[in-house]
Design a protein around this ligand. Structure first.
Ligand code: HEC
Length: 257
């Protein structure tokens, strides 16, 4: 799949620019007929219009695609594919030439560093494309949802690597802590079929919850579950929720508050 997208992309950069959203595409067409392609490209480069058009997604289909693609694309890439493959089929247009592999670097908590779980930037690029001024609220809600829930919930119809017995609450969106707590509970190492299946299922969960929130937004029913910048405002420092995981009972006082 990504080969097809890559080819479209390399051969069609100007085409991609032209398809930046329905409004931009119409503007592009008008400018081309008015005064030639270089004028159109200059105008559209400034435009960089979002949001892109969105049609409500089948949440179960999103989960299946995310689960199945995990084993070759990993967390970030597979969540993006779970959301973008159906949009390419349902909406077409700009999605046909979107290079999904631009987010694949985020796997393993960003290039294996165990920082933010790759599912979240994977979801975030799609949310950023389609959710306009609600994008940050939706990503914020996803960070909380990831941190607070007992995951993975998703049960594949056909298990690809291994059956697993456990779910865990990470308390944080950090890959290292999230996967480490689960590995401890399950009693398995990182390079095991069980751990892979866990991260594939968790990828399905995040892709599906993203689809639920985007569907609600499309229906005009999305209401943020958490206040914008909730953590930094509460703690007086950019922060996640689980202070005591790292600091024990001696959470340092925050300078300036
Ligand atoms: C993932 C681990 C982790 C989490 C979670 C975490 N911290 Fe920290 N924090 C650290 C480390 C490591 C340092 C650096 C400590 C040092 O240099 O002695 C630090 C430093 C700080 C500092 C700077 C002052 C100092 O004494 O070092 C403050 C303030 C702080 N943390 C507050 C918080 C609060 C409040 C939370 C929760 C909202 C939190 N931390 C969550 C790991 C963490």
């Amino acid at each position: 799949m990504s080969e097809i997208l890559d080819k479209d992309y390399e051969g069609g950069l100007s085409r991609r620019q032209l398809f930046r959203g329905a409004g931009a595409a119409a503007l592009g067409a008008a400018l081309i007929s008015a005064g030639g392609l270089s004028l159109a490209s200059a105008a559209l480069a400034k435009e960089a219009a979002s949001p892109w058009p969105y049609k409500k997604l089948d949440v179960d289909e999103v989960g299946r695609i995310a689960y199945e693609n995990y084993f070759t694309k990993f967390c970030a890439g597979t969540v993006a594919r779970g959301l973008l493959f159906p949009l390419r089929d349902k909406v077409g247009g700009p999605y046909g030439s979107f290079p999904i592999d631009i987010v694949d670097w985020a796997h393993g908590g960003v290039a294996g560093w165990g920082t933010v779980c790759g599912t979240l930037p994977g979801a975030g690029i799609v949310v950023g494309l389609v959710a306009g001024d609600q994008a940050e609220n939706i990503v914020n809600d996803l960070m909380f949802w990831y941190s607070e829930n007992n995951l993975p919930i998703y049960k594949p119809a056909r298990v690809i690597k291994a059956a697993i017995a456990n779910r865990s609450v990470s308390g944080t969106p950090m890959c290292h802590i999230s996967v480490g707590k689960w590995m401890k509970k399950e009693g398995v190492g990182f390079f095991t079929p069980q751990r892979m299946d866990r991260c594939a299922r968790l990828s399905a969960d995040i892709a599906m919850h993203t689809a639920r929130l985007l569907n609600a937004l499309a229906e005009g029913k999305y209401v943020p579950s958490h206040k914008a910048l909730a953590n930094v405002k509460q703690f007086g420092i950019t922060a996640q929720l689980n202070c005591t995981d790292c600091h024990g009972s001696a959470v340092p006082g925050v300078p300036g508050s």
